[in-house]
Design a binder for this molecule. Structure first.
Ligand code: PGA
Length: 251
């Protein structure tokens, strides 16, 4: 395992005040974790406040989305420069909720990844199959195309990091997780696709692979033997400091 990473995705579930409150609690309660990277992704409106609370802590800041252009008439969007300005080091891209409700495509995610890397942000690239796709035996095909298209012409140079988050859409928010053997098989597939795209040294040193979807402290132990797994993207369980702490402790 590379340095493990646990990412809190607070989605649109907290008010600005609640986000600041939880960030302060995280800062206090998670301060002794030095062997794991911890990232908090609040909603855009809370990035500035949460960023200033977490400054000089062991917890890094991430955004939940970003636009691919640098500047201009793009109502409602945030640029990579602004994310950097408020202290972000990471950005979630292509989350299934954005794909589902906002029409985000692999092509859009691809442009965002390029911009994130140019701006010194680590993209957390989300891929995952829906329940129907899994049922129809299309899981591998879907993941292959998502990964290939999202990473199309994305050149990773030494030092540029990416994170691939496998998040089965049907597991998100469900309390169900993918079976550990199946997760292991999927991570091997993802690893193989990455090796097709990049030199082995780049895959080993620049890419982390994480799981998301239904993770909490009660099911995390089932993932402990997956060799290629470098961490977790956590939604619901990241809204409670103790639950989130249990997940980090279990890594
Ligand atoms: P969940 O969400 O942990 O609530 O399933 C994960 C995610 O959507 O990133």
């Amino acid at each position: 395992m590379k340095k493990p990473i646990v990412i809190a995705n607070w989605k649109m579930k907290l008010s600005a005040k609640q986000s600041s409150f939880l960030a302060k609690d995280f800062k206090k309660s998670l301060k002794n974790f030095k062997d794991q990277d911890i990232v908090v992704c609040p909603s855009d409106i809370s990035l500035t406040d949460v960023g200033s609370i977490l400054k000089k802590s062991n917890i890094k800041l991430g955004a939940q989305n970003m636009f691919w252009e640098e500047f201009g008439a793009y109502t409602g969007e945030s640029s990579s420069a602004v994310l950097k300005e408020v202290g972000c080091d990471y950005v979630i891209l292509g989350h299934s909720e954005r794909r589902q409700y906002l029409g985000e495509t692999n092509d859009m995610v691809n442009k965002k990844i390029d911009r994130a890397l140019d701006s010194n942000l680590v993209p957390i690239i989300c891929i995952g199959e829906t329940k129907d796709e899994r049922h129809d035996g299309l899981t591998d095909n879907v993941l292959y195309h998502q990964l290939k298209e999202c990473l199309n012409s994305v050149h990773l140079i030494v030092g540029e990091k990416i994170i691939v988050a496998y998040e089965p859409v049907w597991a998100i928010g469900s309390g169900d997780v993918v079976d550990a053997d199946e997760a292991e098989r999927v991570f091997e597939l993802i690893n193989q696709v990455l090796i097709d795209i990049y030199p082995l040294t780049i895959v080993r040193n620049n890419v982390r692979m994480i799981y998301g979807g239904g993770i909490d402290s009660s099911n995390i132990s089932s993932f402990s033997d997956i060799k290629l797994l470098d961490g977790f993207l956590v939604g619901g369980a990241s809204l409670d400091t103790n639950k989130f702490k249990d997940i980090i402790t279990a890594l």
